[in-house]
Design a protein around this ligand. Structure first.
Ligand SMILES: [Zn+2]
Ligand SMILES: [Zn+2]
Length: 405
């Protein structure tokens, strides 16, 4: 038997969590919500049987650290779109940012090897006929995430059969498993999955050499996108919109040209890019002019800023999972290109997989101190509460250490 934090949302709980979270936000002006950690919480601490290996190419993995991600928080607060509901299987154990230890030998890797998990559950892992996307190396676009040997789930951490990182054990397909170099400690290795998403985001952004870029948001996603941008693109000016002082410091260390507070972003970028500032009757200021590429990394209201800060004909990349309604008028009027960047892929034959590049980058980069808050599974309420307030509390990534229980 294993200990796990399990997600067991029902439609009723989903609705009440959302309603309660709205009321509390309105009253306190805070995003922290007892709906997520209180008695209505869609999470619970449980004892479960070990997950079953669906086939010979699967191995059991014992998580050593597993991150809490914005996607997880959005789901818990019922802020995520019901769009994804057919692509998960209930109940499931969250946790898709995992460094762990192999418990079985699997095709060239011995039990005991320290590994990270690419969570995407694509055709190969599901043992179904390859869809066109997987065949082309775009596994994150897989059409078969509800088919095959395991139940529906776009990723490990959203699938009822594989287990997830917030537990004592999960199972992973050989395709998902990457060995971790000796030199990469657990607290940096647990950042490999979000780093792979960041590398993928930069590739999707297709930034021309010398182009100006604004990264909106300086939590884990924004900071790692900045790091990947410096490694895998050759931009000109790179601006970062950051809410908190520690985020601004980190962004400067990682090579931001300038860091601005959200409410000053339009003014600063007007000066920097030479456009004109426009003030609508309602809503935020926007630019006629602006940067070439905007990358939304907040998973929330940052998309509205991104659309208002980019020049006509520019590109807006969605790295965060969208969770708010947004006025698309600038997209139409400025003839912008809006691009999604979800998870990571192998990219086909002509480049490294995003995950492989992410391991090298996590190994080389100065990411010490990014995972500074680690909790036992039994402390899930504190852990989730801390993750919801990570920016304000000076943290970047909050993680579970399931070996502590
Ligand atoms: Zn994540
Ligand atoms: Zn596929």
């Amino acid at each position: 038997m294993i200990t796990a934090v399990e997600y067991h949302r029902s439609p009723l709980r989903f609705a009440s969590a959302r309603a309660a979270s709205g009321r509390i936000s309105a009253r306190l002006g805070a995003t922290f919500s007892s709906a997520v950690t209180g008695s209505l919480a869609p999470l619970r601490l449980v004892t479960l049987p070990e997950p079953r290996r669906p086939g010979p190419d699967w191995a059991r993995v014992r998580p050593r650290l597993s991150g809490i991600c914005g996607k997880d928080l959005a789901l818990l607060a019922a802020r995520s779109s019901p769009y994804l509901s057919p692509l998960v299987s209930m109940p499931f154990v969250p946790g898709h940012e995992v460094v762990g230890e192999l418990l079985d030998d699997v095709d060239g890797l011995a039990a005991g090897t320290r590994v990270v998990i690419d969570p995407v559950l694509c055709c190969v892992a599901r043992d179904v006929e390859m869809c066109a996307h997987c065949a082309a190396g775009h596994e994150s676009r897989c059409d078969h995430v509800t088919a095959g040997t395991v139940s529906a789930g776009l990723q490990t951490g959203f699938c009822g059969d594989t287990g997830g990182g917030w537990s004592g054990m999960l199972v992973a397909h050989r395709r998902q498993i990457h060995a971790v170099p000796e030199t990469l400690p657990d607290r940096r290795a647990v950042l490999v999955e979000p780093m792979a998403c960041a590398v993928h985001t930069v590739r999707r952004a297709e930034i021309a050499d010398g182009a100006s870029v604004v990264i909106v948001g300086a939590g884990t996603v924004g900071l790692l996108v900045l790091l990947a941008l410096r490694e895998f693109a050759a931009p000109g000016q790179v601006y970062v919109v950051a809410k908190h002082a520690h985020q601004a410091d980190r962004a400067r260390t990682l090579g931001a040209t300038d860091v601005v507070e959200p409410r000053r972003a339009a003014r600063v970028l007007r000066r920097a890019t030479g456009g004109s500032l426009q003030t609508p009757e309602h809503g935020s200021d926007f630019l006629l002019g602006g940067v070439d590429v905007a990358i939304e990394c907040t998973g929330g209201s940052g998309l509205d800023s991104a659309l208002r800060l980019v020049r006509a004909g520019g590109r807006v990349v969605l790295a965060g999972m969208p969770s708010s309604r947004v006025d698309l008028t600038p997209l139409w009027y400025r003839e912008l290109t809006l691009v999604g960047a979800y998870a990571s892929d192998s990219g086909g034959a002509d480049r490294h997989a995003d995950f492989v590049d992410a391991i090298s980058l996590a190994d080389a980069a100065a990411l010490d101190g990014y995972v500074d808050a680690v909790y036992a599974l039994g402390q899930w309420r504190e852990a989730i509460g801390h993750a919801q307030e990570a920016g304000r509390l000076g943290s970047v990534k909050v993680a579970f250490d399931p070996t502590r229980d």
